[in-house]
Design a protein around this ligand. Sequence first.
Ligand code: F6P
Length: 496
Amino acid sequence: MAVPRTAPILVASNRGPVSYTLGEDGSLTARRGGGGLVSGLSAIGPDANAVWVCAALGEGDREAARRAGDSHLNPGDTGGRQVRMLDIAPDVFAAAYNGVANSVLWFVHHLLYQTPVEPVFDAEFAEQWAAYESYNAAFADALAQEAVDEAVVLVQDYHLALVPAMLRERRPDLRIGHFSHTPWAPPDYYRLLPDDVAAGVLRGILGGDRAAFLTERWANAFADCCAAVLGAEIVRDGDSSGDRNRDGHGDGMATAVRFEGRETRLGVHGLGADADFLRERSRRADVDERLSTLRAQIGPGRKSIVRVDRTELSKNIVRGLLAYRRLLETHPEWRERVVHVAFAYPSRQDLAVYRDYTERVRRIADEINEEYGTEGWTPVALHVKDDFARSLAAYRLADVALVNPIRDGMNLVAKEVPVVSERGCALVLSREAGAYAELGEDALVVNPYDVEGTARALHEALRMSDDERADRTKRLAAAATALPPQAWFLAQLGAL
Ligand code: F6P
């Protein structure tokens, strides 16, 4: 049965606002979906008159999607939102999500390959790429079915890079935007991809009217790739004639890409923290309870260095631990006086490289505790079980926040800590995080590969006076909340 065209606004993302667990008795339990993208899009409330199309990620989701058929999920599970969850065949989903999106596109944009031996694009990858195409086509089909004439469609992230062009073919009347939540690779690195894939991803996004990014840096890198791979014309600030320069070093910010007779505008929307939500949520009883437990664990009179991440290769948790070890080695005065509270929550555990990384994080934390720990002091408190309330408690008490990714589209932790912090918190921030563009001035900025430099920054952060920390935190919080999720979402819509 054909789905009626009812939606004037559509959002498409791999992960949706809800995920389900299937009980042994066949019951389904709904939980809020996690991650930065979902937090940003949570601005889409029940009154937004929007339909959110997402993929079924696990067995519980697939069962919920099957029960809903072509209809939307039960609004009781989705906070009243209209959500269509696509039941994509498990092998197609696994090849598209684990194979292409998370093992290849994610690695390219975050510069994660060890290039003497990786990547290898073989016959298996060719099959995974075909799966990625059909997974994208499933989204394009669903969106084409749901959208009213001239609807606006906001397609999210690297999982769905082909959707804009596929959807335009099916529904030329729609206004289509794509938003990247990741960094974008510079052309030399991007061209590690097989030529057809490199061109396919760019052509896919250029099928839309607009391509938007979290920072200017990523928008410029995208334009540079379009010029280098496709020979596209780049329009830059103050230049309406188009810039044919292929070296990717035009003067102003790239504002549009012209290719094969079409123009795709570029935009930047730096997703900010949701201050109202965070302040209210972080004062609830479950957070208070965890705060007491954490305080007891840290011990009276000690300072804390807090980090909160998915256990993700790009987050650079290992070098963060090495820097902390170096701090204890070079500044013995901090021994017994500081605890590194490290939350490294499970992520992408279907991929062996993520499982290995998790093991490595545990091992180094154990080594530091063995090397320096004493009867009454455990230098690293590592927690690997996801607990949002405990993360908020750690934000409240942190003296120092360590955010040192190798590369990150934005990094919302860097923006959330100053908002929730009780007494002010010094931020040690990687210059390779998108958040650096907005927070760099009041953070202690580090090169994420430089363990020695990071150890020095931790020392500076711990020594910062209470007044300076409080002042900086105030300014960081103001910058971090400049574009809260609701405004970020409306800005994307408005620009289309
Ligand atoms: O683009 C980044 C992102 O999609 C964020 O939303 C989130 O932090 C992370 O990746 C989630 O990844 P996954 O959906 O694979 O768990």
